[in-house]
Design a protein around this ligand. Structure first.
Ligand SMILES: Cc1cc2nc3c(=O)[nH]c(=O)nc-3n(C[C@H](O)[C@H](O)[C@H](O)COP(=O)(O)OP(=O)(O)OC[C@H]3O[C@@H](n4cnc5c(N)ncnc54)[C@H](O)[C@@H]3O)c2cc1C
Length: 374
């Protein structure tokens, strides 16, 4: 069976490595001519870290990033809204969140794929059609024939369009700005991920590696300045803990985008093709689970293809396994984002967090972090 993966982002590359681990050959086709280590950071939570461990790349990710032993939501002065024990933010194997530069993670995955001859760059996918039970995949300069297509080409997926599936997005009305600051956090903050809540604004940060801190800020559109600069950001966070101003001051390029997600698709597959990652279920990043869910897709899809007689059977099994969790993440992330950025909603959320027993929180996190078969 010939498997073609469209898109060499985190989901596509991880899928190729997962298939390879199970002895199934595949090829990733990525539109970019070269891999640039651009972008900001990403927090990989224990569900994703378990899968990186299974693939034998957890240690490399830790070496390139930073292991966080505390994840806290705080008031503007960095006082936690609720003190959370370490056990709540790690999985049953003791895996914790890894903060890593997105470009570095992609480089680790790409280098592995490249060594195994699993990836082709400079291959922009255009569309596809089925002809005599084979899929003709059209790229800008050539056409290839394949049995199975896995569309991992991101939120604006062309594969999704070629399948005739809708591409409707929900606009959150929140603007996110992310960047890297050349700074080292004080020792007591070095191994912690923080999300600091204010009125219609929040600021998250963690150390990524020596002298490099990942930060993001989310602002309601109505308070977002026309031009987001260091000066305008500093003004928005002037009443917060001074470390935030230091991070803004030390930041380099910033990437600004409105937070959106993909409206729920009724299905992710047809006879020969299945969508994965953001192409199937792009979520707002409020739970920090988008890439983690793409990595989970890679794990489950590789097993489904390994255990099924036909691609169609594998796709049905995959959707059955993945739907509930993915819907949970997308919807909770959406609702969470709306509430945090609404004055009364945030007060309500803070109240819920305070009264929720640690046992209940731990149970919720355990189910988010659990990966069947690991
Ligand atoms: C502000 C923000 C913060 C986030 N923070 C986190 C976080 O902390 N933790 C987390 O888990 N997730 C986070 N996410 C989500 C995460 O970034 C995405 O879910 C993840 O990158 C999706 O990976 P993907 O491989 O599915 O898609 P993409 O990263 O979009 O990759 C798609 C790939 O397909 C290629 N491609 C596209 N079109 C074509 C084509 N026609 N032909 C060939 N190739 C093509 C692209 O070049 C790209 O390489 C965040 C997202 C945002 C917006």
């Amino acid at each position: 069976m010939n498997i073609s993966i469209i898109g060499g982002g985190i989901t596509g590359l991880t899928t190729a490595l997962a298939l390879h681990k199970l002895g199934i050959p595949s090829k990733v086709y990525e539109q970019a001519e070269t891999l640039n280590e651009i972008g900001a950071g990403v927090w990989l939570q224990p569900n994703a870290v378990q899968i990186l461990h299974w693939l034998g790349i957890k240690e490399e990710a830790i070496n390139e990033g930073c292991m966080l032993n505390k994840m806290e939501i705080t008031y503007p002065n960095l006082r936690p809204i609720k003190k959370i024990k370490k056990a709540v933010v790690e999985d049953k194997h003791g895996n914790q969140t890894i903060a890593i530069h997105r470009g570095k993670l992609q480089r680790i995955l790409y280098d592995r794929c490249e060594q195994l001859n699993l990836v082709a760059l400079g291959m922009p996918y255009l569309n596809q059609e089925v002809h005599e039970k084979k899929v003709q995949l059209h790229f800008d300069k050539k056409t290839i024939q394949t049995d199975v297509v896995l569309g991992a080409d991101g939120i604006n997926s062309r594969v999704r369009k070629a399948m005739g599936l809708p591409s409707e997005f929900r606009q959150s009305g929140q603007i996110c700005c992310r960047g890297i600051a050349n700074i080292t956090l004080p020792n007591h903050l070095k191994c912690e991920g923080k999300e600091v809540w204010g009125d219609k604004r929040r600021f998250g940060f963690s150390q990524l590696s020596d002298n490099s801190v990942y930060f993001f800020t989310v602002l309601n559109k109505e308070i977002c300045p026309q031009e987001l600069s260091k000066t305008s950001l500093s003004a928005l966070f002037k009443d917060f803990d001074p470390i935030i101003d230091k991070i803004i001051e030390a930041s380099g390029d910033m990437h600004t985008t409105e937070l959106i997600d993909l409206k729920r698709l009724d299905t992710w597959h047809d006879s020969h093709t299945c969508l994965l990652g953001d192409a199937a279920h792009a979520t707002t990043p409020n739970m920090g689970q988008g890439a983690c869910q793409g990595i989970e897709d890679a794990f489950y899809m590789s097993h489904c293809l390994n255990e099924s007689n036909t691609p169609q059977d594998a796709f049905i099994k995959f959707e059955t396994q993945r739907r509930k969790k993915v819907d949970y993440v997308v919807n909770n992330s959406w609702n969470f984002g709306r509430m945090v950025h609404h004055r009364a909603g945030q007060i309500f959320l803070r109240g819920i967090m305070k009264i929720t027993p640690e046992k209940v929180m731990s149970k919720q996190m355990n189910s988010l972090y659990s990966v069947e078969g690991l």
